[in-house]
Ligand binder design. Structure first.
Ligand SMILES: NC(=O)c1ccc[n+]([C@@H]2O[C@H](COP(=O)([O-])OP(=O)(O)OC[C@H]3O[C@@H](n4cnc5c(N)ncnc54)[C@H](OP(=O)(O)O)[C@@H]3O)[C@@H](O)[C@H]2O)c1
Length: 243
């Protein structure tokens, strides 16, 4: 991919999945913007990416989990970068295992929904208008297999939040069937980790990043769920931009 001329906003770009995507996009020559609530996480991200690409990484402290916060973050992004060509939404958290529902409070459920579902909605509402009418633009959600089933005992609220995010992606595809912008969901049905934390059943976040870079470059699908079930699917995606 030649990323020259592409400006990508990676929501959740300081996270496990997002940081692999940010690095891959920078290495392809894109300008990349990342918003995080935590300045220290943004500093860590800056030291993680190659020094030669750092000047193309724009980091902003902000909270996209409220309508006001997302709107303010959008204004900052537009001011700093001008036109955004692609948006990747990789918000949420890597893992939650607080316990079975009868041990949890309403506050716990709110927290999970805030992080996985509500921030996906508030940021989409603010940022989608930046790309929706452009056939060369894209909005790609990252979701996970936790939305389909209980991964293990005590992870129930993770499934509730992840299922909400999957449903949100579905309604965006169906409510806006004709938008020129490429709207896709990359659904990762396996674990994702940094190279130091790779375990059986996990893939490298850098490979996920490479796959995302090819999806954004080739733009061969829209209104599509791109399922990654195996490492082989990821390899195919890296080459073809679809599975
Ligand atoms: N990791 C896996 O094994 C895996 C597997 C399959 C699917 N997924 C999916 O991938 C997505 C990302 O997971 P991850 O592992 O990368 O999680 P992560 O490491 O916890 O990163 C999530 C990111 O979301 C950001 N975020 C959440 N709410 C925000 C808000 N209100 N405003 C700004 N940023 C916000 C966090 O930013 P802050 O810096 O502000 O905290 C964080 O950087 C999730 O949807 C998850 O379901 C993950």
């Amino acid at each position: 991919m030649s990323g020259a001329g592409r400006t990508v906003l990676v929501l959740g770009g300081a996270g496990t999945v997002g940081s692999g995507i940010v690095k891959a996009l920078l290495e392809k020559g894109c300008r990349v913007a990342v918003i995080s609530r935590d300045a220290a996480r943004l500093e860590k991200l800056k030291s993680f990416v190659p020094a030669s690409t750092r000047e193309r990484l724009v980091t902003l402290v902000g909270d996209v989990g409220t309508e006001e916060g997302a709107e303010a973050a959008k204004n900052s992004v537009v001011k700093a970068l001008g036109k955004v060509t692609d948006i990747v939404s990789s918000l949420g958290f890597s893992w939650w295992q607080g316990g079975p529902p009868h041990t949890q409070s309403l506050k716990d459920l709110h927290k999970v929904l805030d992080t996985l579902l509500l921030s996906t909605f508030t940021s989409w509402k603010a940022f989608f208008p930046l790309v929706k009418d452009d056939p060369n633009a894209s909005y790609t959600f990252v979701t996970g297999g936790a939305g389909d089933r209980l991964l293990m005992p005590g992870t129930g609220f993770l499934t509730v939040g992840a299922a909400g995010a999957v449903a949100f992606c579905q309604i965006v595809r169906e409510e806006y069937p004709d938008v020129p912008c490429k709207v896709n969901e990359m659904k990762l049905n396996l674990g994702v980790a940094t190279p130091e934390r790779i375990a059986p059943g996990f893939v490298n976040h850098l490979d996920v990043g490479e796959a995302m870079a090819t999806i954004l470059e080739k733009k061969c699908v829209s209104h599509h769920v791109i399922c990654v079930n195996t490492p082989a699917d990821l390899k195919t995606l890296i080459v073809e931009g679809k599975v």
